[in-house]
Design a binder for this molecule. Structure first.
Ligand code: GLP
Length: 250
């Protein structure tokens, strides 16, 4: 595992965008696993800028997103499809037909989960999966629990996650969907490379537990320790506890 320490959020975003750009330049027809949440927004802004300046092209890239709220159509401004369109896809030269997000409106949820797993498998898995991390250590919507879910599945969101995401729903937790479809930890670990971005002192404790603590489904991001090609790009504030505990950075 490589852990890069950056001065702040802007530098974290630029570093993550550099890593993604290097892959797209080397393999223009790559499969990118993408994430939502506020942390990757700066990374997407940087990728948009470089795309518009002509440094990289997404014209042959295929994307697979991690998760989607159950019951929100892609036109809802808090759906993850809408988030991706507005924060990345609408501003770059990507073919939208090659962008994939689980369908939160699927009538048969179990079938949609199977379809999504087959899709990821048929693409040969992601060449690189971008990840953020929740305050309780969740990745995608894999909440702390007693096992590592393998494939795409339906989850009940933790009250802590609902509370954290209420800021996007008029600060009203009652408006946050209570369920979501998410890639499992197995699907995430099937990516060839993982890139996790983390920012802010409020995640310092959980980041240290994820990177240095025991591998446990109680801290879903700790599963990253099992993968052979993981890069974490985090700002100084997020790495505070990790560094205090002797964690190494590049
Ligand atoms: C949501 C998403 C995760 C994301 C997390 C953290 O729960 N499903 O993929 O990592 O939020 O979001 P943020 O980056 O806003 O802290």
């Amino acid at each position: 595992m490589r852990v890069y320490k950056t001065a702040d959020y802007a530098a974290m975003s630029r570093q993550a965008a550099n890593i993604i750009t290097s892959l797209v330049v080397l393999k223009p027809a790559c499969v990118l696993g993408l994430a939502t949440g506020s942390t990757p927004v700066g990374t997407y802004e940087q990728l948009i800028a470089w795309n518009q300046e002509g440094y990289l092209s997404f014209s042959q890239v295929t994307t697979v997103n991690l998760d989607e709220y159950l019951g929100l159509p892609g036109t809802h401004d808090q759906s993850y499809r809408y988030f991706m369109d507005h924060n990345l896809f609408d501003h770059v030269d990507i073919d939208k037909a090659r962008t994939n997000v689980p369908n939160g409106m699927a009538g048969d949820v179990a079938q949609e989960c199977r379809r999504y797993d087959k899709l990821v498998e048929s693409l040969g898995g992601a060449d690189l999966q971008l990840l953020g991390m929740g305050h309780d250590g969740h990745i995608a919507f894999n909440e702390p629990c007693d096992h590592f879910p393998v494939g795409t599945h339906l989850v009940e969101l933790d009250p802590m996650t609902i509370q954290a995401n209420a800021r996007f729903f008029d600060n009203d937790p009652a408006k946050v969907p209570t369920k979501a479809l998410t890639m499992g930890i197995g699907t995430i670990l099937s990516a060839k490379r993982l890139l996790m971005v983390v920012s802010g002192g409020d995640k310092a404790e959980i980041l240290a537990r994820a990177l240095l603590g025991p591998v446990t489904p109680a801290v879903p991001a700790s599963a990253l320790q099992l993968h052979r090609d993981v890069t974490v790009v985090a700002d100084e504030a997020a790495l505070g506890v990790y560094l205090q505990q002797g964690g190494q950075v590049c």
